[in-house]
Design a protein around this ligand. Structure first.
Ligand code: FMN
Length: 362
């Protein structure tokens, strides 16, 4: 009942915040989805305009749903800082995926800012600045069509429906714009897909045999609604299509996962997808990672706008021994692989949760 109340108020609020119909349709769709999740992602009526932009930023994809960000509002300047207390030491020891996650948040933020009438200037992290700075100016009328997709984008980890996409649709997907230093390698034929699966298998075999990897994963898993709602972060089992169970059962189940079984399940998911794409950059620096995150979030939103789903399967890149080999096998030359995404046609899954804006403000 309470959730219904919130949703109705939010629809009104969102219509006001960013100019009506654009927002309205996306939100309406979200409201019709799973009560326990998507409705908790909508607006807080007491948010200021800047806080509302930050709320859109927090709806971005991010590693293990750690939400590793902090935001500072200084009049018309916003800063996105890494929250190092939410690092993933095992799977992401370099903070590479952490900075990619901040890039995803940045992309949502600038799209939402555009919808609210703000042009932007981005100052990327560098040696003397360990955060992202966004200067907003109130003079744009450029509203990206991707804005509608922010609220309904999700990582859809289910098996897809094996649909072959038309050339017209593939051309639309390929038309996504990138950032300097970021390139995309689309994998659409079966021999390349089989090559990707070899690396995905190898990655799963390594990760699921690694006790530290499993412990970190279990730490961020939320096995039931009570756990998910108490932290509003982490990987809620329902979002991946798994049943909700008491923690001790969930832990037992995950820690006894056979690496081979996990590899087979992911191979099946990749084969059920319409295509996959490797994101690569010319450097391994916070700036390149942030730009990569922007392009990844942009493509995810673009796919959402085309009614397609996507999910990441980064195992071949997260396992250090495989990353270089994968780079060569994918013919990336000197470009460094950062993310591996699959995409295709599938039903939506329950939505992951986010902490409220006041918890991520500095
Ligand atoms: C850098 C990065 C790495 C990720 N790696 C994976 C991955 O390997 N497997 C996966 O299923 N999801 C992965 N994700 C997706 C996140 O788990 C997901 O974005 C998060 O749980 C929030 O859910 P949502 O995308 O549905 O909003 C990754 C996301 C980011 C930004």
């Amino acid at each position: 009942m309470l959730h219904k109340e919130i949703a109705r108020r939010d629809l009104l609020k969102l219509g006001l915040v960013a100019g009506g119909a654009v927002l309205f349709s996306g939100c309406q769709k979200a409201v019709n989805m799973d009560l326990s999740t998507s409705q908790l992602r909508v607006s807080d009526p007491s948010n200021s305009k800047m806080e509302e932009l930050i709320r859109y930023a927090t709806l971005a994809a991010n590693g293990h749903n750690t939400q590793p960000w902090k935001f500072r509002i200084m009049d018309k300047t916003l800063e996105i800082h890494p929250d190092l207390s939410r690092r993933l030491n095992v799977v992401d020891p370099q903070d590479r995926e952490l900075w990619i996650s901040l890039g995803c948040a940045l992309e949502n933020l600038v799209i939402a800012a555009g919808a609210a009438g703000f042009a932007n200037e981005i100052i990327y992290p560098a040696k003397e600045q360990n955060y992202i700075k966004i200067n907003l100016q109130s003079d744009t009328t450029e509203v990206s069509h991707l804005f509608n997709s922010i609220q309904i984008r999700q990582s859809t980890r289910s098996e897809y429906n094996h649909e072959k996409l038309s050339n017209v649709l593939m051309d639309q997907i390929h038309s996504v714009s990138t950032e300097p230093g970021v390139s995309l390698k689309f994998i659409e034929n079966i021999s390349e897909t089989e090559r990707v699966i070899e690396y995905l298998n190898a990655g799963n075999m390594k990760q699921y045999a690694d006790k530290a990897f499993l412990e970190e994963l279990i730490f961020w898993l939320r096995f039931n609604q009570k756990e998910a709602l108490s932290t509003m972060d982490g990987l809620f089992s329902k979002c991946s299509g798994n049943p909700t169970v008491p923690r001790f059962l969930g832990e037992m189940f995950v820690s006894s996962t056979k690496p081979q079984k996990q590899a087979e399940a992911d191979a099946k998911k990749l084969l059920s997808s319409s295509g996959s794409v490797v994101f690569a950059t010319d450097n391994d620096t916070p700036e390149s990672w942030v730009r990569c995150g922007q392009v990844f979030e942009r493509l995810s939103l673009h796919l959402t706008s085309l009614d397609l789903k996507s999910a990441l399967v980064n195992q071949p890149i997260e396992v250090p021994e495989l990353r270089g080999e994968f780079q060569t096998a994918m013919g990336l030359g000197s470009n460094l692989p950062q993310l591996l995404m699959r995409f295709g046609v599938a039903d939506a899954m329950p939505y992951s949760l986010r902490r409220p804006v006041e918890e991520v403000l500095i």
